[in-house]
Write a protein that binds this ligand. Structure first.
Ligand code: KIV
Ligand code: ZN
Length: 521
């Protein structure tokens, strides 16, 4: 099956299937709240993503709720819910996507000998029977069914073809052949798609899909090779987040196709000027920083440091740039803001940085910007990004920092006095600690008793100079879940408290058994 291209286009249309909210969220520490997931889904929809995999409905009530809400709210993209090849999973996924304008059930089963022997403990024939039964069940619930052969790249081609044939006969409309363990090379992956499409008699009844993991850093290369093998759907995530080393990065796949149209005769429906904004939103929602040298959306992706490069750039940008920053939503101007900058300048700056805030979000962000500008002479783009990201992340917090004062220095012990607002109620506590950060975290533990374990505490400066904001990342884990949160402030201890509270809020909103009771109760 092929996908229709834009009118008059000679290029083949490639469907972009985003799994940031499912495979992306599956990576340790990348948990998102319901509101954050909805915000990401709405942006993906506006950006032109064809299919949004919104979650794994059987995994938890939170996942089910998120998929149902996204299915109800998103109006253009297809909404997919993931299901194992188990009747209860498929029924739950069907229920979750029921209200979508375009619902899809995505069901998968392992096909490789190693998975069959050790994980499934099933024979090849048993798995074939499971495929027929479960794809058929899904197809009775929705028209649009995707079937995935988990660990396809380590499955003998003969057996893989039998599985694909069974899935298409049972009603699958998309066949996904994932490189689950990130093992394939581009040549192998291309050849696998070609072989399956040539050998399976009814292959033309389905769209073939690539889903690549990045364990060897080949996820994007493999995804593009799959197109040459006949795949017309690519599964990917914002910033490439996902299990282990992650998935193919959406922004890289899309920009490779756009920039190298001369050798990649395909097109996507993505509005590329929204890529930077989408990357930032995903980073803020998951609290996963984007590496500075990340292709397309990294802070240095369009920075030119060496004299030779700068000289070339001044003469003609094409000397060292293969795509313009504007084409991915990065503006060239870097106007420094300060305490005299007003609302209009701030709004303009947010537009340039790729943020679209609601009126309330804008008002909160503007107040925080004014507060920062009073304390810091020059407010740089990075400061504003940190501030807005934090604003988005904190919008629905149950626990809020009201005030913090610290006694620190050589004559310990260090002491923190903290006031928090928890579900609207203000409570205060004073605690000592082995250093001011320890004292701060002890005060939080005394105010909001919980069993979460601190897995990561990291500080770095947002910009240069001694008045730079400190950006703190905190990862907490409880009940096999870990969440990460980031916060920035010119005061490192305030940023530390905000980051810890952000993580605690995320754990609470996931309904994890935190036993977070107010000390005042
Ligand atoms: O990597 C994988 O195989 C998956 C499947 C569930 C599609 O994520
Ligand atoms: Zn995966």
């Amino acid at each position: 099956m092929t996908v229709s291209s834009a009118a008059g286009s000679s290029k083949d249309r490639v469907l972009i299937f985003d799994t940031t909210l499912r495979d992306g969220e599956q990576c340790p520490g990348a948990t998102m709240t319901l509101e954050e997931k909805l915000e990401v889904a709405e942006l993906l929809d506006t950006m032109g993503v064809d299919i949004i995999e919104a979650g794994f409905p059987i995994a938890s009530n939170g996942d089910f709720e998120a998929v149902s809400l996204i299915a109800k709210q998103v109006k253009r993209a297809t909404i997919a819910g993931l299901a194992r090849a188990i009747s209860a999973d498929i029924a739950r996924a069907g229920e979750a996507v029921r209200h979508a304008v375009r619902p899809r059930i995505h069901t998968f089963v392992s096909t490789s000998p190693i998975h069959l022997a050790h994980q499934m403990r099933k024979t090849e024939d048993e798995v074939l029977e499971i495929i027929t039964r479960t794809v058929g069940q899904a197809r009775n619930l929705v028209e649009d069914v995707e079937w995935s052969a988990m660990d396809a790249t380590r499955t003998p081609i003969e057996y893989l073809c039998r599985c694909v044939d069974a899935a298409i006969k049972a009603g699958a409309t998309t066949i996904n052949l994932p490189d689950t363990v990130g093992y394939a090379t581009p040549d192998e992956y291309r050849a696998m798609f070609r072989a399956v499409r040539e050998r399976v008699p009814n292959a033309d009844k389905a769209i073939f899909s690539a889903h690549c993991h990045n364990d060897l850093g080949l996820a994007v290369a493999n995804s593009l090779a799959a197109l040459e093998g006949g795949a017309r759907q690519i599964e990917c995530t914002l910033n490439g987040i996902g299990e282990r080393a992650g998935n193919a990065a959406l922004e890289e796949v899309v920009m490779a196709i756009k920039t190298r149209g001369d050798v990649l005769p395909y097109e996507t429906g993505i509005e590329t000027t929204m890529l930077t904004r989408a990357s930032k939103l995903a980073s803020a929602a998951t609290s996963f920083p984007v590496q500075y040298n990340k292709a397309i959306v990294g802070r240095n992706a369009f920075a030119h440091e060496s004299g030779i490069h700068q000289d070339g750039m001044l003469k003609n940008a094409q000397t060292y740039e293969i795509m313009t920053p504007e084409s991915v939503g990065v503006s060239k101007t870097n106007l420094v803001m300060g305490k005299h900058s007003g609302r209009a300048a701030f709004r303009n700056k947010l537009d340039e940085l790729g943020y679209k805030l609601s009126d309330n979000q804008f008002q909160d962000a503007f107040e925080r910007f004014k507060d920062l500008a009073d304390r810091k002479k020059h407010v740089y783009d990075e400061d504003i990004e940190a501030l807005v990201d934090q604003n988005i992340a904190m919008a629905h917090d149950r626990i809020k920092l009201v005030s913090l004062s610290i006694v620190a220095g050589t004559r310990g012990p260090q002491r923190a006095t903290m006031k928090l607002q928890v579900d609207g109620k203000v409570i205060t506590e004073e605690q000592e600690g082995n250093g001011p950060v320890d004292a701060t975290f002890n005060a939080i533990k005394a105010l909001v008793p919980h069993e979460a374990v601190l897995e990561l505490y990291q500080v770095h400066a947002v910009t240069e100079g001694t008045d730079a904001q400190a950006e703190v990342s905190v990862r907490l884990s409880a009940d096999d879940r870990s969440v990460t949160s980031r916060a920035a402030d010119p005061d490192t201890l305030v940023a530390s408290a905000q980051a810890y509270l952000g993580a605690l809020n995320k754990l609470m909103s996931r309904g994890a058994r935190l036993h977070a009771q107010h000390a005042a109760e």
